[in-house]
Write a protein of this length. Structure first.
Length: 272
């Protein structure tokens, strides 16, 4: 197990200083950063994708990456660090090649998420925000994977693995560590590395966005019911008898008329 200082990976204590970027990598980073910055009317708005860009090279938000972002955007190191420590997708010490996120929020927990967490944590010998000694897997508790209709859900670098069990999840991490091909339940046909995914989050598409099924049957069930009910109402409206004509013309009196009365001897209304 790769030890940490006990703080969350997105906490305030960074990994020890890293060496300066080699000239070729720095040139490439600056070129990519220029492309990202050009998308925004204000340069500082590019900070979030630039932090992902740093992670696509370093595998975490490194001290040299913070300095680079500050230099490119005209910010202080403290301002960059303040953002990097706010969001959990930004890591302050080296992350594994694969982040395995086990959802233990209410629905997933009830459906088996807690059991999956306990089993896989024991199987890997690591806890929350810890990484296996081979540097391949970082394990995280996730509050919600936004896929409650497939609970319990596990994510590998933010790719969905639905309806999981302790055994299927432990097999998933074993396959990833062994270099075997792994296919998510939905979405892309493969699980990319943490660095590869970070580059996508920086805004550089890998061409996998439209692969596979985006929404499975469980996600679409409500839409099917809504469409069926709408069609039923439409048919009912067509066969409904016409409303009978009114015997007398509708009155023009409104609720506001009851707030006024005409004073005696005049034709003008006075507010009560």
């Amino acid at each position: 197990m790769i030890s940490t200082d006990g703080s969350p990976n997105y906490g305030v204590v960074p990994s020890p200083d890293t060496d300066a970027y080699p000239a070729d990598i720095l040139t490439s980073l600056r070129a990519d950063a220029a492309e990202v910055i050009a998308r925004y009317p204000q340069a500082r708005s590019a900070l979030l994708p630039l932090l992902h860009l740093v992670q696509s090279v370093d595998g975490f938000v490194s001290p040299r990456g913070i300095e680079l972002c500050a230099d490119l955007l005209g910010l202080t190191g403290a301002e960059v660090s303040g953002v990097a420590t706010f969001y959990s997708q930004y890591k302050r010490h080296p992350n594994g090649t694969y982040t395995i996120g086990v959802c233990t929020n209410t629905l997933c927990a009830i459906m088996g998420g807690d059991e999956i967490w306990d089993f896989v944590s024991a199987h890997l010998g690591i806890g929350h925000d810890e990484t296996t000694a081979d540097g391949l897997v970082t394990l995280e508790r996730i509050e919600c994977n936004a896929a409650c209709d497939y609970a319990p859900v596990v994510m590998a670098n933010w790719e969905f693995f639905d309806n999981q069990t302790p055994q299927s999840t432990s097999q998933l991490v074993d396959d990833l560590r062994s270099g075997l091909p792994v296919t998510p339940t939905r979405g892309a046909s493969k699980v990319c590395s943490f660095k590869e995914v970070s580059r996508v989050l920086a805004g550089f598409h890998d061409g996998l966005a439209d692969e596979g099924v985006g929404a499975g049957p469980a996600s679409l069930e409500g839409l099917k019911v809504a469409k069926a009910q709408s069609a039923t109402k439409a048919r009912a409206a067509k066969v409904a008898p016409a409303a009978p004509a009114a015997d007398k013309a509708p009155t023009t009196e409104t609720a506001t008329d009851t707030l006024f009365e005409a004073p005696k001897g005049t034709g003008k209304a006075k507010k009560k």
